[in-house]
Design a protein around this ligand. Structure first.
Ligand SMILES: [Zn+2]
Length: 313
């Protein structure tokens, strides 16, 4: 999918900064400008990318400095660059559930992945090579909330809607009603397959319905090019398909691996990062079988890596 790296004007004081190809850790950010101040939606996975993004926004923020930073969720590609925005007079906001995961431990964990001598390491090394996690000092939220939070950004109304647990424990949508813009975080991927780390899938589907209910003119996904309701429905269709097919295979006694191998995903062949199906099916199985121990990020990543490396081979 071809789209331009950098800032995009969405009208009514809203912008997005996009990072092609929208793959692993190649995330987007948003900027909402009001009278004399701005709100930034997310930072990027490392300091270099975050600096580049802030420099591109600089002409827009010169007279409207960033006073609020909202992190849509706790994955590093949406907050590791926070320290370049943090400081006196800047409020950093995330859901309470997300904030609990935005720690030094999270940085260390991601920095260690490329050094692993297993399939996770093998899979992550070419991705990690595009980024530089050195120098990251966590700048966690200074304000947290649950449910909903309405903000006034220099006279512009910005609504935060917690939809997690879904993709992660504490996902938040950023809605700018008068602009018809929704910044979705990783509830929406465009081009790449959806990914359910925490779930359950039903809550990811509900989050899609929440976005569609806002009838947005522009949807800024966590990764990939700009979209609208059609892009959200595509994510919803994928999740619905995987949930239905995985549930049928669970009831028929198939293992997770057998389910992953036998679900017909040809309607979604145009998506990249197809190995995410391994984590998504596992999530459905865990929801249907409460006795099954919940897997951690490393096991989920391991299953995705194994599938991606098999496809690449
Ligand atoms: Zn992301």
């Amino acid at each position: 999918m071809t789209y331009d790296r950098g800032p995009h004007d969405l009208g009514a004081g809203c912008s997005a900064w996009l990072l092609p190809e929208g793959g692993w850790a190649e995330s987007n950010t948003g900027l909402v400008r009001g009278d004399g101040e701005s709100l930034l939606v997310d930072t990027l996975y490392d300091l270099g990318h975050t600096r580049e993004m802030l420099a591109a926004y600089a002409p827009l923020t010169a007279d409207h400095p960033i006073r609020t930073l909202v992190n849509t969720h706790s994955d590093g590609d949406h907050w590791f660059g926070n320290q370049l925005v943090a400081g006196e007079g800047v409020e950093i906001i995330a859901s309470r559930a997300a904030a609990g995961l935005m720690t030094q431990h999270a940085v260390d964990e991601m920095a260690a992945l490329p050094h692993r001598q297993d399939q996770v390491g093998e899979f992550i090394r070419p991705i990690a090579a595009k980024f530089d996690l050195r120098g990251i000092v966590p700048a966690p939220p200074t304000r947290t909330f649950s449910g909903r939070l309405d903000l006034d950004v220099g006279g512009r109304e910005v609504r935060l809607v917690e939809v997690g647990p879904a993709h992660t424990a504490g996902d938040v949508l950023v809605h700018v009603p008068e602009a018809g813009v929704v910044y979705t975080g990783d509830i929406v991927f465009v081009g790449g397959a959806p990914l359910v780390w925490t779930g359950p899938v039903s809550r990811c589907i509900a989050a899609c319905d929440e976005i569609l209910g806002l009838e947005p003119a522009v949807v800024v996904p966590g990764h990939g090019p700009l979209t609208d309701g059609a892009g959200v429905r595509r994510v919803r269709d994928y999740l619905d398909h995987v949930a239905t097919e995985a549930t049928a295979r669970f009831r028929a006694g198939l293992t997770v691996e057998e389910a992953v191998d036998s679900i017909d995903m040809t309607p979604f062949d145009d998506m990249s990062e197809r190995g995410r199906i391994a984590a998504n099916v596992l999530n459905v199985y865990e929801e249907l079988d409460p006795a099954r121990p919940r897997s951690g990020r490393l096991e989920q990543f391991g299953r995705i890596a194994a599938l991606e490396l098999r496809v690449q081979a």
